[in-house]
Ligand binder design. Sequence first.
Ligand code: ZN
Length: 484
Amino acid sequence: MRKNIISGLLASVFLLSSSCQTNPVTGKKDVMFMSESQEIALGKEADPQIVAEFGLYEDPKLQSFIKEKGQQMAKVSHRSNLNYEFKIVDSPVINAFAVPGGYVYFTRGIMAHFNNEAQFAGVLGHEIGHITARHSAQQQSKSILAQGGLLLGMILSPTVAQYGQEVSQGLGLLMLKYSRDAERESDKLGVEYSTKIGYDASEMADFFTTLQRKQEEGGQAIPSLLSSHPDPGDRYNTVHQLADAEQKKQNLTDPKVGRNSYLKMIDGIVYGEDPKQGFVENQVFYHPVLKFQFSIPTNWGYQNSPQQVQMGPKDGSAVMALTLAPGASLQEAAQQQLQNYGLQPVESKQVTVNGLPAIAVVADPQPQQQQQQQQQPLRTLTYFIQHGENIYSLMGITTAQNFNNYFQVFSGSMQSFKVLSDPEKLNRKPERISIVTVPKATTLAGALRSHNMPDARHNELAVLNGMQLSDQLPAGTLIKVVKK
Ligand SMILES: [Zn+2]
């Protein structure tokens, strides 16, 4: 299934020889791990995988907005020769990331959190900056590999602990880590590029504040955009100073912010998890479209994407994933998947899981793979379960040593798989952002209350609006509220 993509990426990552090239941004000679054509090839291979992993967010006007602004900015960048692509992916995580070769992705989660076009443009410039300044292209591609490879990657190179940690923190995929210097340089380029297309780059600094507040709120950890910036206050001041200087330099006297136009554009955007992609409640995963449910082990973290649900304990000592299995029959599915993952069956039996036909298989990575890893041998338990047209695979992986301890945990979760029939779960709708006008002057808190937003969510909504609850809003101000 995914094997070819992964091994292709593997080849492009590990067969690279470093060479000396001129950096398009600094003009200096850099040691580059990739040639431009290698960067482009990597981007081309990664793009369909990223799109498959997240899905595109279906909103033509938002997609054409990012495309239009992205292309406009790419033209004035240091590498206007590349073929750029700009996409909004269907993920609630607040993130934006770039892949070598000219690929830039924003999540619907970050789109929901910007409060004007200028904030969006600043972050867009920052991400384009990572591409134009050729930041740690090798590190990026490894990260894609680590995240995209998932099960296969785990078996080939089982960094179980590290992987489990990321899963349990519930972070988005593609946790790219750049050096602090790279992030500073990208901030500078974000200021330069967004100023060049007429935006007020100081707004980017305000968006970093939103990210910081979001992180402090504790709901969601913020991936790459904040990861290498230990001092957000410093970053805030620096971006403001850079923005002022750049506006003077470019003689931009009336920089554009575009608050109302941006808010009107995102009116109705899905906010938070979209139940149609599956959702978790009280440690049970529900998929209303595919009509199944199963329990996630107690205290485990999880991560859901269109292709799989991954779960793991906080100490990273095991991992479990639900995927669709290939093949027309249970036997065929089991055989093909074990083969794809290079697993040898140790034991297998036919079982019934809440009335659904299934096969349970214990399997080990093939001996030569185990040796190559020079690590503790692994063991897997997989339930292949037939439900309607589909065959689902729930695979648990841990070390052979831990296997007996985890057997009950794995099989308990796997045996909880059943048909979802609760109409309340089947008909669950996502929350959406609704843009409303404040009819008369009041505080943000007052405005939220008049729109029946529960007090318990006021802080969350203040962050979403990039405001304080005590802020005075003149009549006619547009704000975000959330509605089903
Ligand atoms: Zn960055």
